[in-house]
Design a binder for this molecule. Structure first.
Ligand SMILES: [Zn+2]
Length: 387
């Protein structure tokens, strides 16, 4: 009933509990590699099928195919490199093709196993140009990519232990979201990506999704840190409040997605769509400047890229334009529905909302609901106390 996951089946590379002891006992024999949290999250997302059909970190052949043609060697569309990057060639010295490596976190805990298929040097400038459209290290995504090192290890993963996360109760895996969609009887589902607290423009788009499909899947990216945003707990609580008090609860599912932002604009839009297909969505909404950063991408390139893909990705893209409040229409609207000029329009500005909340002022109701703003203000106070 629901669309098949990308590549046909959900990947499951989570080691069963009973096998874990055996593997941990053997682990001493294998060389160890220490990785950062972003990489651990990639492993978890591969292992639980969020990144289906990937079974592991990309080999050189896979990376080259994805970077040049946005397709995996098996023919499935894929737009973003998923790499196990290493800074020092030395740390790969003891490793060989066909061998097993244990993956450890910074506190020396064994988190996963990688069966090595490839060890290679990345042509990082070339890959950056192909994927991000620039090799400038002023681009935050490129900067992170460079900082992770130019050596890579390709190979399939087995997950032993998930990343400690304060958001556990809010995160469902694709096998679980698919079950929820099925028992709720949804045949069509719109996936909604966000990194921010719910404001009126996003609410307008979510209502369009609720008019259009059986269910709405709100899937905020968690742990995304940028000084001018609200922390993930505040975002999730604000969404829970909105759903409980304004939306038909049975038609909405809220679940967080723990993955790093790649800031790759159009290519990341494709990646986000594939991920939501794996969760079981039939539709995915893409707005203005999806996953963009600064002025690196044309705001609507993230729409056009879907017309240039090498093959169909099996999820319908709902392309939406900038949304605003129009004083003459007396409603939220877009260029598609409002005939008035910019003087009549109020665009949501999270910077303005944040600044007003910091001063204890109520932001304009054209931008955000007063009760939601109150919640965000509490979140602010909490996070400042924490610091
Ligand atoms: Zn208007």
């Amino acid at each position: 009933m629901l669309p098949a996951p990308h590549g046909g089946a959900l990947v499951n590379r989570v080691v069963p509990e009973r096998e874990k002891v055996k593997i941990l006992m053997e682990a001493e024999k294998y060389p160890a590699l220490y990785v950062d949290t972003d990489t651990l999250l990639d492993i978890e997302n591969i292992a639980t099928g969020v990144f289906s059909p990937l079974k592991g970190f990309m080999t050189e052949e896979e990376l080259s195919s994805v970077a040049h043609r946005m397709i995996l060697p098996n023919g499935d569309v894929w737009s973003i490199p998923i790499l196990l990057q290493v800074k020092e060639k030395d740390s790969l010295r003891k490793l060989g093709i066909g061998e097993r490596v244990v993956i450890k976190d910074s506190s020396n805990r064994i988190k996963a196993i990688v069966d090595v298929k490839d060890i290679y040097r990345i042509d990082i400038k070339k890959i950056a140009k192909l994927v991000w459209g620039t090799d400038s290290d002023e681009h935050p995504g490129v900067n992170i990519f460079y900082s992770k090192g130019e050596w890579a290890l390709g190979g399939d993963v087995w997950l032993l232990e998930r990343v400690e996360s304060p958001f556990k109760q809010w995160v469902l895996e694709p096998a679980e979201t698919r079950k929820v969609f099925e028992y709720r009887g949804w045949k069509t589902i719109t996936g909604f990506q966000t990194r921010n607290a719910p404001h009126k423009a996003h609410e307008y788009l979510q209502r369009i999704a609720l008019e259009m499909t059986d269910g709405l899947f709100i899937n905020p990216v968690l742990g995304w840190k940028k000084s001018d945003d609200f922390d993930s707990h505040t975002v999730l609580r604000a969404y829970e409040y909105l759903i409980d008090n304004y939306y038909p609860r049975q038609r909405v599912l809220l679940s967080g997605l723990s993955t790093s932002m790649r800031y790759a604009g159009p290519r990341e839009a494709v990646f986000h769509a594939i991920v939501r297909k794996n969760f079981g969505c039939t539709h995915f909404m893409i707005g203005r400047d999806h996953a963009g950063v600064g002025n690196f991408y044309d705001p609507y390139e993230a729409h056009r890229i879907f017309d240039k893909l090498p093959s169909d990705i099996g999820i319908e893209i709902v392309k939406v334009t900038a949304v605003f409040y129009c004083h003459l229409c007396e409603a939220m609207a877009s260029d598609k529905s409002c005939g008035h000029d910019d003087h009549q329009r109020v665009y949501v500005s999270m910077t303005k909302i944040r600044d007003m909340l910091r001063k204890g002022l109520t932001p304009p109701r054209e931008m955000i609901r007063e009760d939601v703003a109150q919640l965000l203000m509490k979140g602010f106070v909490a996070s400042e106390v924490d610091i």
